[in-house]
Design a protein around this ligand. Structure first.
Ligand code: FMN
Length: 364
């Protein structure tokens, strides 16, 4: 019987020792020069001994895509050495290393982007309530190329793959969403045109992959299924996007959810679990990673019953860095964060958690 501990082989032949993936988590912990810090390297290594793959925190592909203080960078060749250390830390424990690549768009804090020039799909509101400006056609092409260049750096740095971050309201999602994309050129207006930018990024990432690596290099794509706002993404929109993505040269799709049990909100069909609906749409064309509030063995089993081929754990791996090893050994695991225990968590992330205990107080 296949369980979350069974090995998994991607279509390209790459094997994961089990189906548990570490979800991407931003740690705010880079050095002042945006290289990865020793604390963050220790954090990755600590979590690399049990899971099949580690997806890193998101890293930005171009200077105006920086979205968090202390985010490690990947937008220049100057950072290849820094990236190499991340890949090596993850490989120490035998996990595959996947670099999550992104652009923050309108969510980027103004003070982190050059000249405070926050950009998005259209003129819209930035995270600080000020203005985000529409990207020009030329800038869109520059960003598409930057995703490719960052993929090349990931290959040179020894990563096993990249995950294109099209979720969590960042730039790719801002293009797909009618809430933030009011363009009237070929990048907006219809659902099909709103998909264009993410699809161009996928094409460019694959072009670079074939230039510098071979089929074994993994390319994944993460998406958020719905937005709460009236004009935002509905699950019906996402069904169309996923149907399209499943035909693209991608090794996996990764849904972004806070709880894998969550139900569809705005959807024509029956209001069942979002993961189940998406898995049905994919119809075996590409593996799906499910995620969200998976803490116990039982949760992982239940998450796999949705059909998801792989399951990602985020906060639970902050709480229990050796979750997989402990489950295999039949040891007890805890599901409530114990801030007094040394969990090898970078101090800036620890401070964030202390300031917002609700984040990880207990995933459930
Ligand atoms: C501290 C923290 C940082 C996160 N950073 C990212 C990120 O960089 N990229 C991303 O796609 N998701 C990010 N997420 C979302 C997680 O990948 C995951 O989807 C979410 O935490 C739900 O899974 P969980 O219940 O297992 O934690 C972050 C979550 C947390 C708690």
């Amino acid at each position: 019987m296949t369980t979350y501990l069974s090995p998994f082989t991607f279509e390209n032949g790459i094997e994961l020792r089990n189906r548990i993936v570490m979800a991407p988590m931003t740690t705010y912990s880079a050095n002042p020069d945006d290289t990865v810090s020793d604390e963050e390297l220790a954090y990755y290594e600590e979590r690399s001994y049990g899971v099949g793959a580690v997806i890193t925190a998101c890293t930005y592909v171009i200077a105006n895509g920086k979205g968090f203080p202390g985010q490690f960078a990947a937008h220049s060749d100057l950072y290849i050495n820094s990236l190499r250390k991340v890949a090596q830390a993850i490989h120490k424990g035998g996990a595959k290393a996947i670099l999550q690549i992104y652009h923050g768009g309108r969510q980027s804090p103004r003070e982190l982007v050059p000249n405070g020039d926050v950009v998005s799909a259209s003129d819209t509101i930035a995270a600080d309530g000020g203005k985000a400006r529409a990207l020009t056609m030329e800038e869109i092409q520059d960003i598409v190329k930057a995703f490719g260049e960052t993929t090349r750096r990931a290959i040179e740095a020894g990563f096993d793959g990249v995950e294109i971050h099209g979720a969590n309201t960042y730039l790719l999602q801002q293009f797909f969403s009618g809430l933030t994309n009011k363009r009237v050129d070929e990048y907006g207006g219809t659902l099909e045109k709103r998909m264009r930018f993410p699809l161009e990024v996928i094409t460019e990432v694959n072009r670079i992959k074939h230039q510098y690596a071979d089929d074994s290099f993994i390319v994944g794509y993460r998406f958020s299924p719905e937005e709460p706002e009236e004009e935002g993404i509905t699950l019906d929109d996402t069904v169309q996007l996923v149907d399209r993505l499943a035909n693209e040269p991608l090794d996996y799709l990764h849904i972004s959810l806070g709880d894998f049990r969550s139900l569809a909100r705005r959807y024509e069909g029956e209001k069942e679990q979002r993961v189940k609906i998406i898995h049905r749409v994919i119809d075996g064309r590409v593996p799906l990673i499910g995620v969200g509030s998976i803490c116990t063995k039982q949760d992982a089993l239940e998450a796999m019953e949705t059909g998801a081929e792989l399951v990602a754990l985020g906060r639970e791996l902050l709480i229990e860095p050796h979750w997989v090893e402990k489950i295999i050994a039949g040891e007890e695991i805890i599901t409530e964060m114990d801030m007094t225990r040394d969990n090898v968590i970078p101090s800036p992330l620890m401070r964030m958690m202390q300031a917002h205990p609700g984040w990880v107080a207990g995933v459930k």
